[in-house]
Design a protein around this ligand. Structure first.
Ligand SMILES: C[S@@+](CC[C@H](N)C(=O)[O-])C[C@H]1O[C@@H](n2cnc3c(N)ncnc32)[C@H](O)[C@@H]1O
Length: 490
């Protein structure tokens, strides 16, 4: 994970990559639920669809290979990982799979915890550190494994109180011997947290001097805050962190859809301004960047993914035509197994019980108002983040909320579905495959921004440190596989 060979300066790489994303923004710049509302499928060039139809399944292993026009540009921008120094992951051993406290976890999570703990264990050993601070520790899976496998002392800091309680309960149940060596505390980390962290260290591990900051799936701004804390905290000697959920990062409060921490580096900031990237480095772009799917999923599921994409988009189109919004009644409005069946009538029955249709006052349509307005914002939060449209109506829009009963609308919705033909299905499959490919490049851009930032900070500061991204998981098991490693040099 670095610049491709032909680039020396981050700025040049950022300009070319942003120009690429600018050119193909029609492929990702809308929420996927809105593709029919915004006519995204019609914007896919007919020539691409012909090439796609003629490509063999083998070609599709690399999704865009059929479309040479973008393939050539893409290849120049995406670096290949060819050095073992950039990879460090291993198979989960049989012994590890029997490890009682996390036996219940899926293979993916297991693989991540085992591999990241191996990297952290090695880095700490090489740098004579036996104390780490696990940022966003969740239920403490990684923290406990670090103690058990490598004898590290761990302070887990977690913003969510219920998770802190759950982590302590798990420790009492499975890891009694770690008490005193692994502690959990609630605190929401921000860039202002330096003093608080030192206070926690004094309180829980008074004999410990230096530490590493670590984190698995340090989501949203947490990774950026960790990078800044690494730079600001003298006692922090290193950082090993895996970022995620870029699209959940904080927005600026300037009325424009801009993120506080992206761009992070001056190099990307300059390129961003030059390429007017504010128009496309938006939530859908950042969501795309962190949504890598495995090759197995790509190969097995394109048809059912196209069905899922189109069926949800048809609901959205219907709601749009009625001047309404869809509001989830439960976390997963339509079950995964339902989507896989690829049967629209059955999907629709499920969707009608999973979503409510919320019509804005003044919009046309003949809906009965339901009594049940008991859907709160949490229920309305999208399970797929920005891939779904904003589904709540807020008071400040000056509109009154109506929850409408839409069971009697199925005929109209099925009519919309039946208007879709093979061309739409083919275009939806191609769109999915193209988005899959753009993902890796988008993620490289976001990760390179962090490298460029660290590079710039090193130039400006007196502290010497090295840093790199390391591939710590097998992408076929856990596709978001990079950890940022930084290490201060004494
Ligand atoms: C994706 S989960 C990962 C949990 C854990 N590291 C793991 O991999 O099992 C991210 C966790 O970070 C916590 N978190 C996110 N931002 C945080 C912040 N700024 N300060 C503290 N905790 C945070 C969330 O509450 C959540 O538990």
């Amino acid at each position: 994970m670095a610049l491709p060979n032909e680039y020396v300066a981050y700025h040049d790489y950022f300009i070319d990559t942003l120009n690429f994303f600018d050119k193909y923004q029609f492929l990702y710049n809308y929420s996927n639920v809105d593709i029919l509302v915004n006519g995204v499928l019609e914007r896919i060039p007919k020539e691409w669809l012909k090439l796609y139809a003629a490509s063999s399944p083998i070609d599709r292993r690399r999704p865009i290979s059929a479309i040479e026009e973008i393939c050539d540009e893409y290849d120049k921008l995406l670096p290949t990982i060819n050095s073992d120094s950039e990879k460090m992951h291993s198979e989960v051993t049989q012994e590890e799979l029997k490890y009682e406290p996390i036996k219940c976890l899926g293979l993916k999570k297991y693989h991540e915890i085992c591999n990241l703990s191996n990297v952290i264990g090695k880095v700490c050993k090489d740098n004579n550190t036996n104390f780490v601070i696990d940022l966003g520790c969740g239920l403490g899976y990684l923290s406990q494994m670090l103690f058990e496998k490598y004898g590290l002392q761990v302070l887990g800091i977690e913003g969510d109180k219920t998770r802190v309680i759950a982590a302590i309960n798990r420790q009492n149940k499975f890891h009694k011997t770690s008490q005193g060596n692994v502690s959990y505390v609630q605190h929401f980390i921000t860039i202002e947290s330096a003093e608080k962290i030192i206070e926690f260290v004094h309180e829980f591990f008074p004999h410990c001097q230096n530490f590493y900051l670590i984190g698995l799936h340090a989501c949203a701004d947490l990774t950026i805050d960790a990078i800044k804390l690494f730079l600001n905290l003298e006692r922090c000697k290193g950082l090993v962190i895996m970022p995620c959920c870029y699209h959940k990062m904080k927005m600026k409060e300037n009325g424009v859809e801009e993120f506080l921490n992206i761009p992070l580096s001056d190099s990307l900031r300059l390129a961003y301004e030059k390429c007017h990237a504010v128009g496309f480095m938006r939530r859908p772009f950042l969501r795309l960047c962190c949504q890598r799917v495995t090759w197995t999923e790509i190969e097995q599921n394109t048809d059912s993914r196209a069905f899922h994409l189109l069926s949800r988009a048809v609901l959205q189109l219907f709601a749009h035509k009625e001047g309404a919004k869809l509001v989830k009644k439960k976390r997963r409005a339509v079950s995964k197994s339902e989507s896989k069946k690829c049967n629209f009538e059955s999907f629709l029955r499920n969707a009608i019980s999973g979503y409510a249709l919320q019509r804005l006052a003044g919009a046309s349509g003949d809906f009965r108002c339901s009594e049940d307005e008991n859907f709160n914002n949490d229920n309305a939060k999208s399970e797929s983040g920005t891939a779904e449209a904003e589904t709540t109506t807020t008071k400040d829009e000056g509109k009154i909320k109506h929850i409408t009963d839409w069971e009697n609308s199925t005929v109209d919705i099925v009519t919309l579905w039946n208007e879709l033909g093979p061309n739409e299905f083919s275009a939806a499959s191609l769109l999915i495959e193209l988005q899959d490919s753009l993902q890796a490049l988008g993620e490289n851009l976001v990760l390179s921004d962090k490298l460029a930032y660290l590079h710039e900070q090193r130039e400006k500061s007196k502290i010497q440190f090295d840093f790199k991204f390391l591939k710590v998981t097998d992408e076929n098991i856990s596709p978001r596989c990079y950890a940022l490693l930084a290490n201060k040099i004494e």
